[in-house]
Design a binder for this molecule. Structure first.
Ligand SMILES: Nc1ncnc2c1ncn2[C@@H]1O[C@H](COP(=O)(O)OP(=O)(O)OP(=O)(O)O)[C@@H](O)[C@H]1O
Ligand SMILES: [Mg+2]
Length: 338
């Protein structure tokens, strides 16, 4: 059992509030993803959980036990950080087995675990090489293998796939989740790639400006973004935000009282014989679908439709909103209760 609880954790760097009262609970064996733009505090939070950085206030609990003040080695945590370090003068096998040797594991166990972790990361053919001879992507996989080899209760990963090429990244991503489920690890994983977050997470904690602005399962975060920031950050293309009541009426929806902005996903605007008329300014063919980009007054509008019939750039089209998918935001950009 390894649950993680973060209670009202704040971090201040010389007057700069990097974290503002963070609350987060991660259940045993859960895969939690921290998602947010650069500088929102993801790495700072991970370093505090690991014990590499001291919180200004608040508590970190693992399995209900308060970790504040304990050094990293007493937290049964393994980490793969953004700036992972592998030891260039050691072989890959020695690198992967390093944490186990520090824990005085038997030679047999080290050998077995190193082999297991290397196979998981597809680097078993590199075990005898020196780490100094590897590419950046290979080194990153060594760093992940080294963390997996100790079979930690809690695994913290900060952008562990960022140095891999696109194809390998996709492959690793789909393997990683199954892998960690089999290893029964509780994981916190940092990324600023929303697709990666959606595909890996049991729950996503969306961070912005040192705060967690939404913490929920990927489908809930996608269909009910708690704020216009979340709706704009998650989804490619992002959610549309339209504030003109005349546009709402033409799309076939009406703002409830107190609402100012309609949030509607591009795939929830459907071509129709009546409805809002827009000029299909830019049409991007994406294979399975096509994306139409236009403008209504000052606001961007994006429509995602099936690849056929093909829409010509410059064509006038009409769209309506799927009313059940309309979300409404108040003047502060907060999702209104339905
Ligand atoms: N040691 C430090 N001293 C002063 N400020 C810091 C320190 N470490 C981080 N910060 C600041 O705290 C904020 C959060 O930084 P952090 O590294 O946690 O962001 P991040 O979400 O991990 O971003 P990225 O996606 O770019 O890695 C930033 O404004 C950063 O400049
Ligand atoms: Mg970071």
């Amino acid at each position: 059992m390894s649950s993680i609880e973060i209670r009202q954790v704040r971090k201040e760097f010389k007057g700069h509030q990097a974290l503002k009262s963070i609350n987060l609970d991660v259940k045993d064996q859960e895969f939690c993803v921290l998602l947010g733009p650069s500088g929102c505090g993801k790495t700072t939070l991970m370093r505090i959980i690991a014990g590499l950085e001291t919180e200004t206030s608040g508590d970190i609990l693992i399995n209900g036990k308060r970790m504040n003040g304990l050094p990293p080695r007493e937290r049964n945590i393994a980490m793969v950080f953004q700036n992972y370090a592998v030891f260039p003068h050691m072989t890959i096998a020695e690198n992967i087995g390093f944490g186990l040797r520090m824990k005085k594991a038997s030679d047999d166990k080290v050998k077995k675990q190193v082999q297991m972790a290397a196979e998981l990361m597809h680097i078993e053919h590199l075990l005898e090489r020196y780490a100094g001879q590897l590419s950046g992507g290979q080194r990153q996989r060594v760093a992940v293998a080294r963390a997996l080899a100790v079979q930690p209760d809690v695994l913290l990963m900060d952008e562990p796939l960022s140095n891999l090429d696109a194809l390998l990244r996709l492959e690793m991503r789909s393997e990683l989740k199954g892998l960690l489920r089999d290893l029964k690890t509780t994981t916190i994983y940092v990324t600023h790639d929303q697709t990666e977050a959606m595909s890996l997470a049991d729950r996503i904690a969306v961070m912005y400006g040192g705060e967690i602005v939404q913490y929920d399962t990927p489908p809930v975060v996608y269909t009910n973004p708690a704020s216009s920031f979340v709706g704009g950050f998650i989804g490619n293309p992002p959610m549309n935000f339209l504030s003109d009541p005349a546009v709402h009426a033409a799309l076939g929806v009406h703002a409830p009282s107190g609402a100012s902005t309609l949030g509607i996903r591009p795939e929830d605007l459907e071509l129709s014989s009546d409805g809002l008329e827009i000029n299909a300014k830019v049409v991007e063919m994406l294979g399975a679908s096509q994306q139409i980009n236009s403008r209504i007054g000052e606001e961007l509008i994006r429509v995602s439709t099936a690849a056929t019939p093909t829409i010509a750039a410059g064509a006038r089209i009409r769209v309506r909103a799927r009313a059940a998918q309309a979300r409404w935001y108040n003047a502060d950009g907060k999702l209104m209760a339905l």
